[in-house]
Design a protein around this ligand. Structure first.
Ligand SMILES: Cc1cc2nc3c(=O)[nH]c(=O)nc-3n(C[C@H](O)[C@H](O)[C@H](O)COP(=O)(O)OP(=O)(O)OC[C@H]3O[C@@H](n4cnc5c(N)ncnc54)[C@H](O)[C@@H]3O)c2cc1C
Length: 641
């Protein structure tokens, strides 16, 4: 055993040393060894995959190579699995299957995470809400959901520590009975979490609560006085960046992943009636081609009924779409490192207010919705969130403070035989079903449980296609791209090693500091690969920020185009950087420069640049900030007239 541990430790050290040199190249003069040891507890098979990820010259295959490789998957040379949908679930399936040694392709009609997976509350949660139901309804099924989510939460935090962090969240109590109620409930959550607990929950007196959350109201709207709070921990993530890390890790491990490629038709064997592939349209070129596979996995999230209909022409009703809206407010609405949850607002709903990427995210709503890739928040939904949080804050809550607002569609999976239109009461657990024509559909669940959903779907695909994987599922112990070499203090190394070379207004390239804000942001977004981005900033004169007040650098646009399949301006402002979600005004202002850099990377002509600008503006119109809101609060309408 000690020998195996030494072997693993050796791999880690070699890997980190290689990463350090490879990532920073000539600029890197020091050595850096992470104090965490992610490989130590892992299997040798996982370590071997990880080794590939950190080899000095790794690069994800180019988009054209990926398309060529998919085109080569003919009826005589089929893939083992073709995945439709590049959200968290589909990318999870691709990663799981490829690391088991299967031949996998994935097509995503828009961008990775363009659907629900970039529009979540960003919580990696152990399902504290299910625990309440488990105890009060003595429902073992709900308790199992909690155990399951806690296990998956622990694994996400372990496998992508740069993108997911524990976040303390405060529950304010304005009635005496609430204190023991929430304290006991959250202590039970700690107990159920056991070794997977992030930190102990604890009671905060009124004074401590005010120190930790200065904008918390001492009296709520019902004139009840704050009695104290109970603070517990869950994980918080950068959802679309995590999704992209899963997609790129899958690509690095051998999967052929292609964004902006849509399954427009499913192919069936005329003799057996089984699904044997799909007709794919490259949405950037409009060219179509066929891809054959032994099994097709439908991971199209809220759109999975559409894909099932492509297979058999019949209407499918697995999904009850429900939309959830979030709004983004300035940083002063919440402290840097403390969230707020109101488990029951005066109209009985749950509301969160969480610090995220230097701003405050508040949400959410739950209402039946029509299916669209670009859902828009309604004014009443935004107003509902503002009203709900204003009951608990001393800050004057203003509609004009909304910097961005977005809507996402939950893929709530229902049993078609149960008639239930109340979306809030449907279980969030996932569904894996295999149709008689062999199409495997995986949907429902949560972001937090994407990995185990993928594992179940791959197991079903293996059974359906009698596939022969080389090994068992590895993903529970597989670090994602960027995890190696990451350490909470890594930003200091970046700050001390690199400078940001920037083009001045006069056109000269001048040096600037890699300040802590930029270094922290790079490390939190790219983990151990941050030096690669910093090196572009330093050596290619792309060290300027793309938006005032935000840490995003021009170098990131080039890096994402080269290494993260960033194919459009919306891919960058919404999923690689989160500017569209944080501040639609800042995102709009950044468009010309982002287009310029992407045009240089991808060789776009004037027509394409114009189209990109138009599409990005249309996209940002669906994010209802104060700028594009249809409302009148007197002061605000004058400001923006
Ligand atoms: C408001 C809200 C808040 C949430 N908060 C949380 C949270 O805090 N924590 C948590 O764990 N979960 C949360 N969730 C749930 C979580 O976000 C989803 O369960 C998860 O993102 C679903 O991922 P998915 O891959 O199944 O679907 P999606 O992300 O929607 O991916 C499906 C993809 O399939 C693609 N597609 C569709 N048709 C085709 C086709 N024909 N060809 C190719 N591609 C196709 C789409 O473009 C899309 O990108 C939240 C959900 C919502 C709506």
């Amino acid at each position: 055993m000690a020998g195996v541990a030494r072997f693993r430790k050796g791999i880690l050290r070699a890997a980190l040393a290689t990463t350090a040199v490879a990532t920073a190249g000539a600029a890197w003069t020091g050595s850096y060894v992470s104090s965490s040891d992610p490989v130590e507890a892992r299997s040798e098979a996982a370590a071997a995959v990880a080794q590939r990820m950190v080899s000095a010259d790794w690069k994800v295959p180019s988009r054209s190579m990926q398309e060529m490789s998919l085109r080569g998957c003919t009826a005589a040379n089929p893939l083992d699995i073709l995945v439709i949908g590049g959200g968290a679930t589909g990318c999870g399936v691709a990663l799981d299957a490829t690391t088991r040694g299967l031949r996998v392709g994935l097509v995503e009609r828009d961008d990775f995470a363009a659907g629900t997976s970039s529009r979540s509350t960003k919580l990696v949660h152990g399902g504290v809400r299910y625990l309440e139901k488990a105890f009060f309804k003595l429902d073992y099924g709900q308790l199992k959901l909690v155990f399951h989510a806690l296990e998956e939460r622990a694994q996400i935090l372990q496998n992508a520590p740069h993108l997911c962090k524990p976040l303390p969240t405060m529950t304010p109590c304005y009635e005496w009975w609430e204190l023991p109620y929430y304290w006991v409930g959250l202590k039970a959550y700690d107990l159920v979490a056991g070794t997977r607990m992030l930190h102990l929950s604890r009671y905060f007196s009124k004074k401590e609560s005010m120190e930790a959350f200065p904008t918390l109201a001492v009296k709520n709207s019902l004139q009840k006085t704050l009695k104290g709070t109970v603070v517990y921990y869950d994980g918080q993530m950068n959802d679309s960046r995590l999704n992209i890390a899963i997609a790129c890790t899958a690509a690095l491990a051998g999967a052929t992943v292609l964004n902006h490629a849509e399954a427009v038709q499913l192919k069936k064997d005329p003799k057996t009636g089984k699904v044997i592939g799909a007709r794919i349209r490259n949405n950037l070129t409009n060219k179509e081609f066929d891809v054959y596979a032994n099994v097709v996995v439908n991971a199209a999230g809220p759109f999975c009924d559409e894909v099932r209909t492509l297979a058999d022409g019949k209407e499918s009703h697995i999904i009850s779409p429900s939309s959830g809206v979030h709004i983004v407010l300035p940083d002063y609405y919440s402290p840097d490192h403390m969230g707020l949850i109101v488990p029951k607002t005066k109209d009985g709903r749950v509301v969160f207010m969480l610090p995220w990427l230097g701003r405050t995210v508040a949400g959410t709503t739950d209402s039946a919705a029509a299916l669209t890739m670009r859902p828009e928040p309604h004014e009443e939904e935004i107003q509902f969130i503002l009203d709900a949080i204003s009951d608990y804050l001393t800050v004057k809550v203003r509609r004009s403070d909304v910097m961005s607002a977005w809507s996402g569609i939950r893929p709530l999976a229902t049993d078609p035989n149960v008639k239930d239109t109340d979306t809030a009461s449907i279980s969030r657990d996932h569904v894996v079903c295999v149709d008689p024509d062999g199409l495997v559909t995986v949907t429902g669940g949560k972001w937090t449980t994407y990995r185990s959903m993928a594992e179940d779907a791959v197991n079903a695909a293996i059974k359906t296609g009698s596939l022969r994987p080389g090994q068992d599922c590895l993903t529970h112990e597989l670090p994602l791209m960027g995890a190696y070499g990451w350490d909470p203090a890594f930003f200091t190394v970046l700050s001390q090693t690199f400078i940001r070379m920037k083009r001045s207004y006069g056109g000269k390239i001048v040096p600037g500091a890699m300040d802590s804000a930029a270094a922290k942001h790079l490390v939190d977004s790219y983990g151990g690969l941050a030096p690669r981005v910093a090196q572009i900033a330093q050596e290619e004169g792309l060290g300027k920020r793309i938006a005032h007040g935000y840490p995003y650098l021009e170098a990131e646009v080039a890096y994402c185009a080269r290494h993260e399949y960033c194919e459009s301006v919306v891919d960058f402002i919404a999923r690689r950087a989160r500017l569209a979600f944080l501040d639609t005004n800042a995102a709009t202002r950044a468009l010309p420069r982002v287009i310029e850099i992407l045009a240089a990377e991808h060789g776009w002509d004037r027509h394409r640049k114009k189209m990109e600008l138009e599409d990005a503006k249309a996209f940002l119109e669906t994010f209802k900030s104060a700028r594009n809101a249809q409302f009148d609060d007197g002061k605000h309408s004058k400001m923006h007239a």
